[in-house]
Design a protein around this ligand. Structure first.
Ligand SMILES: Cc1cc2nc3c(=O)[nH]c(=O)nc-3n(C[C@H](O)[C@H](O)[C@H](O)COP(=O)(O)OP(=O)(O)OC[C@H]3O[C@@H](n4cnc5c(N)ncnc54)[C@H](O)[C@@H]3O)c2cc1C
Ligand code: FES
Length: 266
Protein backbone atom coordinates (compact mmCIF):
# COMPACT_ATOMS: atom_id res chain seq x y z
CA UNK A 1 0.00 0.00 0.00
CA UNK A 2 1.40 3.42 -1.02
CA UNK A 3 0.43 7.04 -0.28
CA UNK A 4 1.46 9.15 -3.23
CA UNK A 5 0.77 12.31 -5.18
CA UNK A 6 -0.17 10.94 -8.59
CA UNK A 7 -0.15 12.93 -11.82
CA UNK A 8 -3.55 13.16 -13.52
CA UNK A 9 -3.21 12.00 -17.14
CA UNK A 10 -6.85 12.32 -18.11
CA UNK A 11 -10.13 13.33 -16.45
CA UNK A 12 -13.05 13.43 -18.86
CA UNK A 13 -16.78 12.90 -18.78
CA UNK A 14 -17.74 9.62 -20.46
CA UNK A 15 -21.45 9.32 -19.58
CA UNK A 16 -24.23 11.89 -19.12
CA UNK A 17 -26.10 12.31 -15.87
CA UNK A 18 -29.59 11.27 -14.90
CA UNK A 19 -32.20 11.86 -12.25
CA UNK A 20 -33.13 8.97 -9.99
CA UNK A 21 -36.50 8.42 -8.34
CA UNK A 22 -35.21 6.48 -5.32
CA UNK A 23 -31.70 7.84 -4.87
CA UNK A 24 -29.58 10.94 -5.36
CA UNK A 25 -29.22 12.04 -8.99
CA UNK A 26 -25.99 11.62 -10.89
CA UNK A 27 -24.49 14.55 -12.82
CA UNK A 28 -22.43 12.27 -15.07
CA UNK A 29 -19.61 9.74 -14.97
CA UNK A 30 -15.95 10.52 -15.46
CA UNK A 31 -12.94 8.46 -16.46
CA UNK A 32 -9.91 9.41 -14.38
CA UNK A 33 -6.47 8.17 -15.41
CA UNK A 34 -3.46 8.53 -13.12
CA UNK A 35 0.23 7.78 -13.38
CA UNK A 36 1.18 5.67 -10.34
CA UNK A 37 3.51 2.77 -11.30
CA UNK A 38 3.86 1.30 -7.79
CA UNK A 39 0.11 1.03 -7.26
CA UNK A 40 -0.62 -0.08 -10.84
CA UNK A 41 1.82 -2.99 -10.50
CA UNK A 42 0.18 -4.30 -7.30
CA UNK A 43 -3.51 -3.64 -8.11
CA UNK A 44 -6.00 -6.53 -8.34
CA UNK A 45 -9.65 -6.37 -9.48
CA UNK A 46 -11.98 -5.46 -6.62
CA UNK A 47 -9.39 -3.40 -4.76
CA UNK A 48 -9.85 0.34 -4.29
CA UNK A 49 -8.04 3.64 -3.71
CA UNK A 50 -8.73 6.37 -1.19
CA UNK A 51 -8.57 9.70 -3.04
CA UNK A 52 -8.20 13.05 -1.29
CA UNK A 53 -10.88 15.25 -2.85
CA UNK A 54 -9.77 18.81 -2.21
CA UNK A 55 -9.33 21.16 0.74
CA UNK A 56 -13.04 21.29 1.67
CA UNK A 57 -13.43 17.58 2.37
CA UNK A 58 -11.74 16.20 5.45
CA UNK A 59 -12.09 12.53 4.58
CA UNK A 60 -10.72 10.92 1.42
CA UNK A 61 -13.23 9.10 -0.82
CA UNK A 62 -13.04 5.41 -1.82
CA UNK A 63 -13.12 4.42 -5.53
CA UNK A 64 -12.68 0.98 -7.08
CA UNK A 65 -9.79 0.41 -9.42
CA UNK A 66 -11.30 0.30 -12.89
CA UNK A 67 -8.17 -0.50 -14.92
CA UNK A 68 -4.47 -1.02 -14.24
CA UNK A 69 -2.24 -1.02 -17.28
CA UNK A 70 1.50 -0.47 -17.36
CA UNK A 71 2.23 2.49 -15.08
CA UNK A 72 -1.35 3.79 -15.06
CA UNK A 73 -4.51 3.31 -13.04
CA UNK A 74 -7.98 4.36 -14.15
CA UNK A 75 -11.02 5.07 -11.99
CA UNK A 76 -14.56 5.45 -13.25
CA UNK A 77 -16.63 7.63 -10.95
CA UNK A 78 -20.13 9.05 -10.85
CA UNK A 79 -20.48 12.67 -9.79
CA UNK A 80 -23.28 12.77 -7.22
CA UNK A 81 -25.72 15.64 -6.88
CA UNK A 82 -24.35 17.76 -4.00
CA UNK A 83 -21.42 15.34 -3.76
CA UNK A 84 -18.64 17.61 -2.56
CA UNK A 85 -15.82 15.14 -3.21
CA UNK A 86 -16.85 13.89 -6.64
CA UNK A 87 -17.75 17.40 -7.86
CA UNK A 88 -14.31 18.62 -6.86
CA UNK A 89 -12.68 15.62 -8.54
CA UNK A 90 -14.50 16.29 -11.82
CA UNK A 91 -12.96 19.79 -11.97
CA UNK A 92 -9.35 18.59 -11.76
CA UNK A 93 -7.24 19.00 -14.89
CA UNK A 94 -4.68 16.74 -16.56
CA UNK A 95 -1.15 17.72 -15.58
CA UNK A 96 -2.05 18.46 -11.94
CA UNK A 97 -1.90 15.82 -9.20
CA UNK A 98 -4.04 14.20 -6.49
CA UNK A 99 -3.11 12.40 -3.31
CA UNK A 100 -4.08 8.72 -3.34
CA UNK A 101 -3.63 5.73 -1.05
CA UNK A 102 -3.77 2.16 -2.30
CA UNK A 103 -4.27 -0.44 -3.47
CA UNK A 104 -6.60 -1.25 -0.56
CA UNK A 105 -8.92 -4.12 0.32
CA UNK A 106 -9.05 -7.79 -0.54
CA UNK A 107 -10.18 -7.95 -4.19
CA UNK A 108 -12.28 -10.58 -5.99
CA UNK A 109 -11.13 -14.21 -5.81
CA UNK A 110 -11.61 -16.31 -8.95
CA UNK A 111 -11.70 -20.04 -8.28
CA UNK A 112 -8.82 -21.48 -10.37
CA UNK A 113 -11.22 -24.23 -11.58
CA UNK A 114 -14.01 -21.85 -12.68
CA UNK A 115 -14.18 -21.51 -16.49
CA UNK A 116 -17.55 -19.70 -16.88
CA UNK A 117 -18.08 -16.48 -14.95
CA UNK A 118 -21.14 -14.26 -14.73
CA UNK A 119 -20.45 -10.63 -13.82
CA UNK A 120 -23.44 -8.51 -12.82
CA UNK A 121 -23.02 -4.74 -12.99
CA UNK A 122 -25.66 -2.24 -11.86
CA UNK A 123 -24.86 1.25 -13.22
CA UNK A 124 -21.49 2.56 -12.05
CA UNK A 125 -20.88 -0.96 -10.62
CA UNK A 126 -19.27 -1.58 -14.02
CA UNK A 127 -16.14 0.15 -12.60
CA UNK A 128 -14.44 -2.80 -10.81
CA UNK A 129 -16.11 -5.51 -12.92
CA UNK A 130 -14.53 -4.22 -16.12
CA UNK A 131 -11.07 -4.82 -14.61
CA UNK A 132 -12.13 -8.30 -13.44
CA UNK A 133 -13.64 -9.15 -16.84
CA UNK A 134 -10.52 -8.20 -18.76
CA UNK A 135 -8.29 -10.17 -16.41
CA UNK A 136 -10.53 -13.26 -16.61
CA UNK A 137 -10.66 -13.10 -20.43
CA UNK A 138 -6.84 -12.84 -20.50
CA UNK A 139 -6.78 -16.02 -18.38
CA UNK A 140 -8.93 -17.72 -21.07
CA UNK A 141 -12.16 -17.83 -19.06
CA UNK A 142 -15.58 -17.33 -20.59
CA UNK A 143 -17.06 -14.12 -19.23
CA UNK A 144 -20.65 -12.94 -19.52
CA UNK A 145 -21.26 -9.42 -18.32
CA UNK A 146 -24.85 -8.65 -17.40
CA UNK A 147 -24.95 -4.87 -17.42
CA UNK A 148 -27.99 -2.93 -16.22
CA UNK A 149 -28.40 0.82 -16.74
CA UNK A 150 -31.26 3.31 -16.49
CA UNK A 151 -31.24 4.16 -20.22
CA UNK A 152 -29.25 3.53 -23.41
CA UNK A 153 -26.20 5.46 -22.16
CA UNK A 154 -23.66 2.92 -21.05
CA UNK A 155 -19.95 2.52 -20.71
CA UNK A 156 -18.30 0.95 -23.79
CA UNK A 157 -17.00 -2.53 -23.07
CA UNK A 158 -14.23 -4.20 -25.11
CA UNK A 159 -15.51 -6.68 -27.73
CA UNK A 160 -13.90 -9.78 -26.21
CA UNK A 161 -16.41 -9.60 -23.33
CA UNK A 162 -19.86 -11.03 -24.00
CA UNK A 163 -22.29 -8.32 -22.80
CA UNK A 164 -26.00 -8.69 -22.08
CA UNK A 165 -27.63 -5.29 -21.65
CA UNK A 166 -30.78 -4.51 -19.70
CA UNK A 167 -32.22 -1.00 -19.35
CA UNK A 168 -34.88 0.33 -17.00
CA UNK A 169 -36.56 2.29 -19.82
CA UNK A 170 -36.21 -0.54 -22.37
CA UNK A 171 -34.32 1.68 -24.87
CA UNK A 172 -31.56 -0.94 -25.36
CA UNK A 173 -31.63 -4.68 -24.67
CA UNK A 174 -34.31 -6.14 -22.41
CA UNK A 175 -36.50 -3.81 -20.35
CA UNK A 176 -36.17 -4.23 -16.60
CA UNK A 177 -33.50 -4.96 -14.00
CA UNK A 178 -30.46 -7.25 -14.01
CA UNK A 179 -32.31 -9.57 -11.63
CA UNK A 180 -34.93 -10.25 -14.35
CA UNK A 181 -32.26 -11.91 -16.52
CA UNK A 182 -30.40 -13.75 -13.78
CA UNK A 183 -32.43 -16.99 -13.79
CA UNK A 184 -31.44 -17.54 -17.44
CA UNK A 185 -27.76 -16.56 -17.12
CA UNK A 186 -26.77 -17.84 -13.67
CA UNK A 187 -27.25 -21.52 -14.54
CA UNK A 188 -24.15 -21.98 -16.67
CA UNK A 189 -21.86 -19.84 -14.48
CA UNK A 190 -19.64 -21.50 -11.90
CA UNK A 191 -19.09 -18.22 -10.08
CA UNK A 192 -21.01 -14.93 -9.95
CA UNK A 193 -19.47 -11.50 -9.19
CA UNK A 194 -21.62 -8.43 -8.63
CA UNK A 195 -21.24 -4.72 -8.08
CA UNK A 196 -24.20 -2.38 -7.90
CA UNK A 197 -26.57 -0.51 -5.61
CA UNK A 198 -27.78 -1.88 -2.30
CA UNK A 199 -31.33 -2.76 -3.53
CA UNK A 200 -29.74 -5.02 -6.16
CA UNK A 201 -27.81 -6.95 -3.48
CA UNK A 202 -30.88 -7.21 -1.26
CA UNK A 203 -32.92 -8.58 -4.17
CA UNK A 204 -30.15 -11.11 -4.92
CA UNK A 205 -30.06 -12.22 -1.29
CA UNK A 206 -33.82 -12.30 -0.65
CA UNK A 207 -34.69 -14.07 -3.92
CA UNK A 208 -31.80 -16.55 -4.14
CA UNK A 209 -33.94 -19.54 -5.14
CA UNK A 210 -35.97 -17.64 -7.73
CA UNK A 211 -32.80 -16.15 -9.26
CA UNK A 212 -31.08 -19.59 -9.29
CA UNK A 213 -28.36 -18.26 -7.00
CA UNK A 214 -28.93 -20.80 -4.22
CA UNK A 215 -25.71 -22.76 -3.67
CA UNK A 216 -23.74 -20.67 -6.20
CA UNK A 217 -20.62 -18.87 -5.01
CA UNK A 218 -21.51 -15.16 -5.32
CA UNK A 219 -19.07 -12.38 -4.47
CA UNK A 220 -20.21 -8.76 -4.12
CA UNK A 221 -18.41 -5.45 -3.66
CA UNK A 222 -19.94 -3.69 -0.66
CA UNK A 223 -20.16 0.12 -0.65
CA UNK A 224 -20.35 1.69 2.78
CA UNK A 225 -19.19 5.05 4.07
CA UNK A 226 -15.50 4.99 4.88
CA UNK A 227 -13.35 7.23 7.06
CA UNK A 228 -9.76 6.05 6.85
CA UNK A 229 -9.83 3.10 4.41
CA UNK A 230 -7.14 1.25 6.36
CA UNK A 231 -8.81 -0.35 9.39
CA UNK A 232 -8.19 2.41 11.94
CA UNK A 233 -11.50 4.30 12.43
CA UNK A 234 -13.98 1.35 12.49
CA UNK A 235 -16.42 3.58 10.53
CA UNK A 236 -17.04 0.86 7.96
CA UNK A 237 -17.88 -2.03 10.33
CA UNK A 238 -20.63 -4.46 9.23
CA UNK A 239 -22.15 -7.55 10.87
CA UNK A 240 -21.45 -10.84 9.14
CA UNK A 241 -22.10 -14.50 9.96
CA UNK A 242 -18.54 -14.71 11.27
CA UNK A 243 -18.71 -11.57 13.42
CA UNK A 244 -17.95 -7.89 12.90
CA UNK A 245 -15.91 -7.07 9.79
CA UNK A 246 -14.30 -3.90 8.49
CA UNK A 247 -15.28 -3.39 4.87
CA UNK A 248 -12.04 -1.52 4.04
CA UNK A 249 -9.74 -4.28 5.37
CA UNK A 250 -11.74 -7.54 5.33
CA UNK A 251 -13.63 -6.44 2.19
CA UNK A 252 -14.91 -4.70 0.18
CA UNK A 253 -15.51 -8.10 -1.46
CA UNK A 254 -17.71 -10.51 0.54
CA UNK A 255 -19.70 -13.64 -0.19
CA UNK A 256 -23.34 -12.58 -0.69
CA UNK A 257 -24.68 -14.82 2.10
CA UNK A 258 -21.90 -13.88 4.54
CA UNK A 259 -23.48 -10.45 5.21
CA UNK A 260 -26.30 -10.14 7.78
CA UNK A 261 -28.49 -8.05 5.47
CA UNK A 262 -31.25 -7.48 8.03
CA UNK A 263 -28.74 -5.83 10.35
CA UNK A 264 -27.27 -3.59 7.66
CA UNK A 265 -28.65 -0.08 7.99
CA UNK A 266 -28.11 1.12 4.38
C1 LIG B 1 -15.06 0.25 -1.77
C2 LIG B 1 -15.80 1.33 -2.50
C3 LIG B 1 -15.61 1.47 -3.87
C4 LIG B 1 -16.30 2.46 -4.57
N1 LIG B 1 -16.09 2.57 -5.90
C5 LIG B 1 -16.71 3.53 -6.61
C6 LIG B 1 -16.47 3.66 -8.01
O1 LIG B 1 -15.68 2.92 -8.61
N2 LIG B 1 -17.13 4.64 -8.67
C7 LIG B 1 -18.00 5.49 -8.03
O2 LIG B 1 -18.58 6.36 -8.67
N3 LIG B 1 -18.25 5.38 -6.71
C8 LIG B 1 -17.61 4.44 -5.98
N4 LIG B 1 -17.83 4.35 -4.63
C9 LIG B 1 -18.74 5.32 -4.01
C10 LIG B 1 -17.96 6.64 -3.77
O3 LIG B 1 -17.04 6.44 -2.73
C11 LIG B 1 -18.93 7.75 -3.40
O4 LIG B 1 -19.76 8.02 -4.50
C12 LIG B 1 -18.20 9.01 -3.02
O5 LIG B 1 -17.52 8.82 -1.82
C13 LIG B 1 -19.17 10.17 -2.90
O6 LIG B 1 -18.47 11.24 -2.40
P1 LIG B 1 -19.02 12.73 -2.48
O7 LIG B 1 -18.11 13.57 -1.66
O8 LIG B 1 -19.21 13.15 -3.89
O9 LIG B 1 -20.45 12.61 -1.83
P2 LIG B 1 -20.91 13.18 -0.40
O10 LIG B 1 -22.33 12.79 -0.26
O11 LIG B 1 -20.57 14.61 -0.27
O12 LIG B 1 -20.07 12.34 0.60
C14 LIG B 1 -20.29 12.39 1.97
C15 LIG B 1 -19.73 11.15 2.62
O13 LIG B 1 -20.51 10.02 2.24
C16 LIG B 1 -19.70 9.03 1.61
N5 LIG B 1 -20.47 8.45 0.51
C17 LIG B 1 -21.36 9.10 -0.27
N6 LIG B 1 -21.91 8.27 -1.16
C18 LIG B 1 -21.35 7.05 -0.94
C19 LIG B 1 -21.50 5.77 -1.54
N7 LIG B 1 -22.34 5.55 -2.56
N8 LIG B 1 -20.74 4.75 -1.05
C20 LIG B 1 -19.89 4.94 -0.05
N9 LIG B 1 -19.72 6.13 0.58
C21 LIG B 1 -20.43 7.17 0.13
C22 LIG B 1 -18.47 9.79 1.13
O14 LIG B 1 -17.31 8.95 1.02
C23 LIG B 1 -18.30 10.82 2.23
O15 LIG B 1 -17.63 10.30 3.33
C24 LIG B 1 -17.18 3.35 -3.89
C25 LIG B 1 -17.38 3.20 -2.52
C26 LIG B 1 -16.70 2.21 -1.84
C27 LIG B 1 -16.90 2.06 -0.36
S1 FES C 1 -12.83 3.01 6.90
FE1 FES C 1 -11.75 3.25 8.76
S2 FES C 1 -11.79 1.21 9.55
FE2 FES C 1 -12.65 1.01 7.56
Amino acid sequence: MKLIDAEILENRQVLPGHKHIHARGILGSWLFRLNCPDIAREARPGQFLMVRCGPETTLPRPFSIHQAEGDDIALLYAVRENGRGTEWLSRQKAGTSVSILGPLGNGFAIDPKARNLLLVAGGIGIAPLYFLARQAVKDKRKVTLLYGTMDGNRYPVSPEIDVVVVTEDGSVGDKGFVTDLMPRLVRRAEQVFACGPMPMYRAMFNRQSQLKLKGKPVQISLEVRMGCGVGVCYGCTVKTKSGLKQVCKDGPIFELDEILWDELNL
